[in-house]
Design a binder for this molecule. Sequence first.
Ligand code: TRP
Ligand code: ZN
Length: 876
Amino acid sequence: MKESQPKAIFLKDYQAPDYWIDKTNLVFDLHEDYALVTSTLHIRQNEQGEGHPDLVLSGVDMELVSVAIDGRKLAEDEFREGQSELVIPIDRDQFILEVKNRIKPQENTSLEGLYKSNGMFCTQCEAEGFRKITYYLDRPDVMSTFSTQIIADKARYPVLLANGNDVERGELDNGRHWVKWEDPFKKPSYLFALVAGDLESIEDRYTTMSGREVTLRIFTESHNIHKCDHAMVSLKKSMKWDEEVYGREYDLDIFMIVAVDHFNMGAMENKGLNIFNSSCVLASPETATDARYQRIEAIVAHEYFHNWSGNRVTCRDWFQLSLKEGFTVFRDSEFSADMNSRGVKRIEDVAMLRTAQFAEDAGPMSHPVRPESYIEISNFYTVTVYEKGAEVVRMIHSLLGEKDFRKGSDLYFKRHDGQAVTCEDFVKAMEDASGKDLSQFRLWYSQSGTPVLHVSDAYDKASGTYSLTIEQSCPATPGQENKAPFHIPVKLALLDNSGKALSLNEHGDVEQVLDVKQAKETFLFNNLPEKPLPSLLRGFSAPVRLEYAYSKDDLVFLMQHDSDSFNRWDACQRLAMAEINQLVAALARGESKEPDQQLIDAFGHVLADSTLDMAVKTEMLTLPFEAAIAEQSESIQPGLIHKARKQVKQAIAAAHQSQFHQLWKELSQEKPYRPEARDIAERTLKNICLGYMVALNHKEMMDLAKEQYDRSGNMTDRFAALSYVVNAEYQDKPSIDALLSDFLNRYQDDANVMDQWFSVQAGSPQMGTLSHVQSLMEHKLFDATSPNKLRALVGAFAQNMAGFHDSEGEGYQFLADLVIEYDCKNPQLASRLLQPLTRWKKYEPQSRELMKKALESISKVPELSTDVFEVVNKSL
Ligand code: TRP
Ligand code: ZN
């Protein structure tokens, strides 16, 4: 809860801390109605600090029991307790502070600090959750070693975990026991973790490249213990990959992962004790889809990689969040590319960036990769900081090349091991190691907004000269009217009329990276016998919007010939997007228009192309998602977008009906489930075919989908079938209900699968109505304290173009009321649920006004959290 009017914090005001904490000893006495925390801190004045005589510790939602300095208990007038701080005047350079305080984990619904999930105790401290545990210098540049003793009832909490290595344990009277953990590595408080519960674990071992033996353990409630193997395999792959690609090995004797059901985000990289949302750990072929398997692999890797990019080298302040997140997302996405299909991974990442990040950057919360100010830091765990931040690191990688980038990362880790540093330190290490000048490149960290590249070309037959003129601009964003030109790496190739890439220099290179640095620049290519077709921004070499006047013929040509699989896919997306936009426009005029034959034929070509990598083919056959279409619309017409896309899908389905059916049959051979790239590509392609078949709206096709549902032994195929049936325009209510209740009966004991069951209904254009969503909230398996359940049901509904926007604004007000209700319980979650409403300015006039009204109803609530306050106020 906010104190008064929440205030912004600025990067420019950063000051080094006045005190350091060298050692932190914590004792947790855990009880059912409270927890007693005893914190003993070895504190020393910072010579480089401002020299303030007061020690100011952060702490919220707690009851102070006692304060002592160097063994002497302080009287009440020797310290001051504020709403969110403890102020102690200090008269010495070095001292030991002992604070005792009580907290109430069982009443903590914010899922920050120490809380309970399904009867187990767990913690979440990033970014500022540690201050809900005890009074502390809760900022990432204060790094300390920690020892943690946990005391709890042995029968209820047989497993007691914290960071580091367990060094001692013992039994107490009346059934209590204790364990003491020591973490020798200095860390900021946000990496602290504690778990106490009745958990089972699976165990494995890993020998690092220097021969150290590490114990690996994954903990979960006993009924899920058979679903941890994939996470374990992923962990070992990650450990190996980080040794091979970055020369980084693990540094403690044990690495633990704990799965919990109640969690605000995906997972958390606490030193030696990662805590995960159970949805990002648990998988079995019968309960998890391919997408889930891949997500688990990526998140296990992401959190593991943080051990170096985040923990050993951490952030000086939260404005530098992308230092660890952008770099770590880049690392995990390269890992996933190496483990699976590189081409598909790139396509998926860019599709996400373009829909979610471009939209964020065009909206009211637009901020640079390194923000300049915030009211609530939890609001800045964004696609900009994470995904655009990763794109910025990727550009450095492509500007320096593999070898110099590795030199740069080696230097960065060596120079800053054990330190809390800035994005500038990262760039400097890259510069120093490579000798490359990144001064203009740094603007990617400070300027927000998505740059637009406008490309035009000309060819002079007589001289054989081809010229490309590139103009860059960047729209104004909050607080940033004018932007200086970015340094943009534009990777390109020039294709001749047979589709072959022409050589661009005497070495015969067919690909080149242009360093675009000016507002307008022309690049010349000589000795070309004919006008080439440019393949621009290959592999999406920079996070920009590319404008070039490709004709339909050009796009069809690129779809068939471009050797860059990303651009091949992109040509397909551009062609489909243009067509869908035309249909939307026609529908808006009340006209009917047949989808373009050239597009339909081009899709037929992709379907029949046997030279095309199967995984890339699946991506090309996927029409742009509704959110992607919305993102590039001037004035979003949700209902029409849904209709137009469906119309194109149906036209493609009708034209190639027998091919889809044939391919689906061929790929429907039952075989044992393996979550491997090839098999995943086969299942994806099979299910895409089924999706087109169901789009035809015939009973026979629905029956085939139901048949696949019944026959499938794995969740990927079963859920795909269920989802197509539930989403189909052809509504056979009794059999849809039968399928949904069959699914419910089979999986009701699995919370993560039930999330999917809620989500598929809320996202369906037919079923996902407000009244149905409201009735699902009353369902006995709906857990209103679980962020996963809320996201599954309400989050999915808010993304449902047909359901959410179709009404007199009732969906909007429903969401607003829910945000108000949850703001008192879990502000981080409330602030995230609220996001869809913040895009109101992008919608057609009627939705726009109603969305705004819903937002205003939130802003009128007197005691909003800083989380919701910031988002609502910035977006109105
Ligand atoms: N640092 C985590 C990651 O990216 C994410 C994270 C930040 C988080 N704050 C959180 C997770 C709060 C859960 C709850 O890996
Ligand atoms: Zn992270």
